[in-house]
Design a protein around this ligand. Sequence first.
Ligand SMILES: C[S@@+](CC[C@H](N)C(=O)[O-])C[C@H]1O[C@@H](n2cnc3c(N)ncnc32)[C@H](O)[C@@H]1O
Length: 274
Amino acid sequence: MAQPYLHGHHASVLRSHEWRTVENSAPHLIPYLSKPSLKILDVGCGSGTITVDLASRVPQGFVYGIDPSAEVIEKARNHAADKGVTNVQFEVGDINNWKDLNGVEEQGFDIVHAHQVLQHLQDPLGATKEMKRLIKLGGILAIRDADYSAMQWYPDLPGLREWLDLYITLAKRINCDPNIGKRLHAVAMQAGFVRNEIETSADTWVFSTPEERAFWCGVWAERAVQSNFKTNALEYGKTEDDLQKIVDTFRELEKAEDGWFVILNCQIICHVTA
Ligand SMILES: C[S@@+](CC[C@H](N)C(=O)[O-])C[C@H]1O[C@@H](n2cnc3c(N)ncnc32)[C@H](O)[C@@H]1O
């Protein structure tokens, strides 16, 4: 049984996931997608927009998306149908129990991909070891996670620092590492990759234009009072007023003509050479 996902899958959470594409969320993978017959596993695929985009880039290949949430798997299947993409399969599944999944086999994939997943796992090393087992010789493991401690914004609204500190505390309380981005390569080394098999890179999401700020600030203004973030924060001892302050702060950032918000995404590509 997978652990509960900190954010949950409220509409405000899914809105930020459904914006994601290969171009804005997996740029490190693009150079490795030139062969159209690749077989790819997308671990923690969520509502599947990256997964379906991957499938459309490997028309003679096949992409398998897994996620423990039946609710998002249903959404992912609907998204693939809407896009008319048929070389993709979505199944409810947990990376730690991949043996339960038909069609997921040891050394069965050219690429195993996980986007913003390791930060939500209590045992990211165990999951990385399992993902490594599923890759063919010559294949790659592609992982990307944000590093919450590296987020930046302007203007320096105190409420945003309080929001970030609270987020980091709530994630650590359930034994997850919201700052795992900076050590993805170290986790891969612990999982058995040697350093020269690992390429590291980083990329940012920048929310700066009025439309970008409206999107990002809107997502968090809603999440703070409607998603599992709210439930977790109240359980931790925060009040409705504290959460309203977070909403007000994000709305202030949204309105600030000179406002911006930057997320650092750390990326690794690990080559399976033996
Ligand atoms: C932040 S979301 C990322 C979704 C998607 N990769 C994206 O970027 O849009 C993290 C996802 O990991 C899933 N997840 C959590 N534990 C998992 C596990 N043990 N195995 C596979 N997926 C898991 C969650 O259900 C959630 O949908």
